[in-house]
Design a protein around this ligand. Structure first.
Ligand code: GSH
Length: 202
């Protein structure tokens, strides 16, 4: 088993933190996005979408998509539980993780893709869309701050995969200078607590 990843990218970091929380050790192989290694013939044969992370299983087959990889390890190693226990808890973790993924992380990623020199020349860029995404990501953070008045973690009382997604989105947002808004004290406090977990350095 091994995981293809890039150490600077947010989606592979979600998997690294997930594995660190479960104390699972798997070898990583760096696919350098900066050198467009994800678009090389060798990697496209692994994942035709040219995206990281990818898990290679011992039989030589591959699982792509961050959440699919995390779910696989959740089932293999249920403790600590990061996707919720009861049906109700699982539905809530799913809901919160999707909110973090399809709103916050996607808006941050779109701002990056449309404004950062990293993708200049290799992906179409629109500065207008970058600014819209930047603004939306800021609005997402304000909303999450409100939600965190009622709960210590994103999905409730426990640290879950939804916290991992939000942490990776917020840390990556710094690359395009999107910061936790000044008045968002709950979010800042949450960020400090989850960043203090040993897994955050994974
Ligand atoms: N939905 C995918 C998104 C993966 C994704 O966009 N990965 C980025 C790194 S964070 C990537 O490989 N980008 C390469 C590119 O866009 O060329 C997942 O969660 O696995």
């Amino acid at each position: 088993m091994r995981i293809f990843q890039d150490s600077s990218a947010p989606n592979p970091r979600r998997v690294r933190i997930f594995l660190a929380e479960k104390q699972i050790e798997i070898p990583f192989e760096q696919i350098d996005l900066a050198n467009q290694q994800q678009l090389g013939e060798r990697f496209l044969a692994i994942n035709p979408l040219g995206e990281l992370p990818v898990l290679e299983l011992d039989d030589g087959s591959y699982i792509t998509e961050t959440m699919a990889i995390c779910r696989y390890f959740e089932l293999l190693h249920p403790d600590p539980c990061l996707f919720g226990n009861s049906p109700r808890e699982q539905a809530e973790v799913e809901m919160w993780n999707r909110r973090m993924e399809f709103h916050l992380l996607l808006n941050v990623a779109h701002c990056f893709q449309h404004s950062h020199p990293f993708f200049a020349g290799s992906k179409p860029q629109s500065s207008d869309y970058a600014e819209i995404s930047r603004q939306r990501a800021g609005e997402d953070m304000v909303l999450i701050n409100t939600w965190l008045t009622e709960r210590p973690f994103i999905a409730g009382d426990k640290f879950t995969v939804a916290d991992i997604t939000a942490l990776c989105a917020i840390d990556f947002a710094r690359v395009v200078n999107i910061r936790i808004p000044d008045s968002s004290d709950n979010l800042a406090d949450w960020h400090q607590r989850v960043s203090a977990r040993p897994s955050s350095s994974a």
